[in-house]
Write a protein that binds this ligand. Structure first.
Ligand code: ACO
Length: 378
């Protein structure tokens, strides 16, 4: 028999009520990282201390992935896309053509994981193999759904160029490949965003790197995280012309809608990735016709959002200028979220390595707000 607690002892409910709780974990420090620093107040982003603008100018996506995994700056580091295991190709062929690309990518990574030996802890080699596989899988799915055969990887091409080659069946021109590479660099890593946190939670259970990335893709699928650039395209086509921008923005906000490509959980200043991508978009040979419209809508949206939310700075986020870059390289809008996921593979896998190197099972607590203990109805 156990002793009853004294009448004035704190109950489990009262003890937890005194502990801090932040909905959505906003502002909660949930770990430590040396991979990236997101300075939301000043609108700055660094990967291992290097400024994002400098990395876009002087790096390539494989060099940035390697930097995140190892801490070493090797600008000539190359990674070619990898062949797709037969079992994965069989799975991709079985998917209905109307499958959402994010679902196809998530399924492909899951099937890939089933074909690999991925012991814990995850390694740089595992991360590199997965990073090299996924662009081939997404490209193959995009071709299969259009009734075209997948294209074998060309090992002479670097990752992003290879992805475009396998998608279109022709080698991209260098400027197009460079623009998409810049997008991959700015999308590579971003602190404890929801999908990265998911990757760390999965790996913290000593699960494998493919499962971590499957979970991360599922998390990124939601429009509050990774689904915005194609919705930016939709919203801009609804706006139609610069003269209608103000009326459209005000009506959308009055309907309680969110303006896609604005606002961020961390940034209170202009997202430095949006600034880097705006420069890339403006320099592209194949700018979408509505880039100018986007620039004008952005001005109106920032002004109206500041008026409606004077206490909550809502600025342009990365997705707004991701849209023209992705359109400019010729990607179908429904491939945008999955392409963002390809870019974020570097961060997801780097966080998996970092988490496993100093692992502690991630298992937070929850406030119980249900009924007090009671008897079942008679
Ligand atoms: N348009 C209009 N109002 C907005 C927007 C927006 N884009 N973003 C936030 N707000 C408003 C909210 O309605 C809320 O108003 P309220 O206090 O009157 O209810 C206030 O600003 C605060 O918003 P929160 O939801 O608390 O901000 P949170 O940090 O949770 O959300 C998020 C961040 C999800 C990115 C949000 O700004 C949003 O929905 N933006 C649009 C979607 C988008 O661009 N997503 C891509 C994000 S970038 C990325 O994931 C890589």
């Amino acid at each position: 028999m156990t002793d009853s607690p004294p009448a004035d002892a704190p109950t489990a409910e009262s003890a937890q009520a005194t502990r801090p709780y932040s909905p959505g974990l906003e502002g909660v420090i949930a770990g430590e990282t040396s991979l990236s620093f997101v300075d939301g107040d000043r609108g700055r982003l660094t990967y291992r201390g290097y400024r994002i603008g400098d990395l876009v100018e002087r790096g390539t996506y494989p060099a940035i992935a390697n930097l995140l995994w190892t801490g070493d700056w090797a600008p000539d580091h190359r990674i070619a896309t990898a062949p797709i295991p037969d079992a994965v190709l069989t799975v991709l062929r079985a998917l209905p053509a109307e499958t959402k690309p994010m679902d196809a990518l998530r399924t492909a990574v899951s099937a890939w994981g089933a074909t690999q030996d991925l012991p814990w802890p995850p390694t740089v080699e595992q991360a590199r193999a997965l990073l090299a596989f996924s662009p081939s899988a997404l490209a193959a799915f995009a071709r299969l759904r259009a009734g075209e055969p997948p294209v074998e990887p060309d090992p002479s091409l670097d990752l992003v160029e290879g992805f475009l080659y396998q998608l279109n069946g022709t080698r991209p021109d260098p400027a197009t490949a460079r623009a998409l590479d810049a997008y991959f660099i700015v999308g590579a890593e971003h602190g404890f965003n929801a999908s990265t946190f998911t990757s760390r939670v999965v790996i913290s259970t000593r699960s494998d790197i493919a499962s971590a990335v499957v979970g991360a893709i599922g998390t990124m699928k939601g429009p509050l995280h990774g689904g915005a650039p194609s919705e930016v395209v939709d919203q801009l086509s609804q706006v139609g012309s610069a003269e209608h921008a103000e009326a459209w923005v005000r009506e959308a906000l009055a309907r309680g809608e969110r303006l896609m490509g604005f606002g961020h959980r961390v940034y209170r200043a202009y997202d430095p990735r949006a600034a880097a991508l705006r420069t890339v978009a403006e320099g592209m040979a194949n700018k979408p016709a509505w880039l100018q419209l986007a620039i004008e809508v952005e001005d109106v949206a920032l002004r109206v959002l500041a008026e409606k939310h004077p206490d909550r700075p809502l600025k342009t986020n990365v997705e707004f200028y991701a849209a023209p870059v992705l359109m400019g390289v010729g990607l179908a809008p429904d491939l945008f979220p999955a392409t963002f996921s390809l870019a974020r593979h570097a961060g997801w896998t780097a966080h998996a390595l970092e988490q496993s190197a100093n692992n502690r099972l991630i298992r937070p607590d929850v406030n119980y707000v249900g009924p007090a203990e009671r008897d079942l109805p008679a």
